[in-house]
Design a protein around this ligand. Structure first.
Ligand SMILES: CC(C)(COP(=O)(O)OP(=O)(O)OC[C@H]1O[C@@H](n2cnc3c(N)ncnc32)[C@H](O)[C@@H]1OP(=O)(O)O)[C@@H](O)C(=O)NCCC(=O)NCCS
Length: 189
């Protein structure tokens, strides 16, 4: 795997055919992603498991509960993943954001670009009102990317995620839709 050329990045829906590149990217960045994915690596690096996970994620897209994306270079090389999950509608219109980059794709602003792209998907295309993200307090790179995208800190979700041998705190951040206004439930048309 060669280092990606610095340049524009794109974000699109994941495809089942991305499974091979996805496993390659995860394999090359396993140490870098160890805190984000503390367990489950034998399944994560299995191409057939990834194919079925992607197929299931795309079913959730049709159901309206997920928007599973990939971050690619301009030439289509897979640099990472980004997703909106847990989409709920009714009177909440919210979802959770998650993302990661290959280690050799970090430090170029690609996550910042990708986060802005999926915020546009969330607020303009899906008509959502709120995007949430949970970040470990030590994850300065992720907190910086969310801060550049104007996420605000909500507070600490105590003992939110089980890592290693205990529950760990995470910071909950949110970004409201640009069209948020008193008394307005839906995005104006
Ligand atoms: C979180 C993660 C995606 C952030 O990656 P990143 O490359 O630091 O973030 P960005 O793509 O926004 O790039 C920011 C860096 O690019 C630089 N940069 C260059 N051009 C830039 C631009 N146009 N815009 C923004 N930043 C730019 C910034 O100065 C910054 O570098 P620095 O860290 O040396 O200050 C990455 O660290 C990662 O994959 N971590 C493991 C998985 C993870 O933690 N996921 C998040 C779980 S909540």
């Amino acid at each position: 795997m060669t280092a990606p050329a610095r340049g524009p990045v794109a974000v699109r829906l994941v495809q089942v055919s991305d499974a091979v590149q996805l496993v390659d990217a995860l394999t090359a960045s396993r140490d870098h992603l160890a805190d984000a994915f503390p367990g489950g690596w034998s399944e994560r690096l299995d191409i057939e498991v990834q194919r079925s996970r992607i197929a299931r994620a795309l079913e959730r897209t049709v159901e309206g509960t997920s928007w599973p994306g990939v971050i690619t270079s301009a030439s289509g090389e897979l640099l990472g993943r980004i997703a909106l999950d847990g989409i709920v509608r009714d009177n909440r219109l919210s979802c959770f954001l998650s993302y990661w980059l290959r280690e050799d794709a970090c430090g170029y602003g690609y996550a910042t670009t990708a986060v802005q792209f999926v915020l546009d998907v969330a607020f303009d295309q899906l008509g959502l009102h709120r995007v949430e993200a949970f970040v470990r307090p030590a994850n300065a790179a992720s907190l910086a990317a969310l801060s550049r995208a104007a996420f605000e800190r909500v507070g600490v979700a105590r003992r939110h995620t089980f890592v290693g041998s205990d529950w760990q705190d995470e910071i909950l951040l949110q970004r409201l839709a640009p069209w948020d206004a008193p008394g307005r439930l839906l995005r104006p048309r």
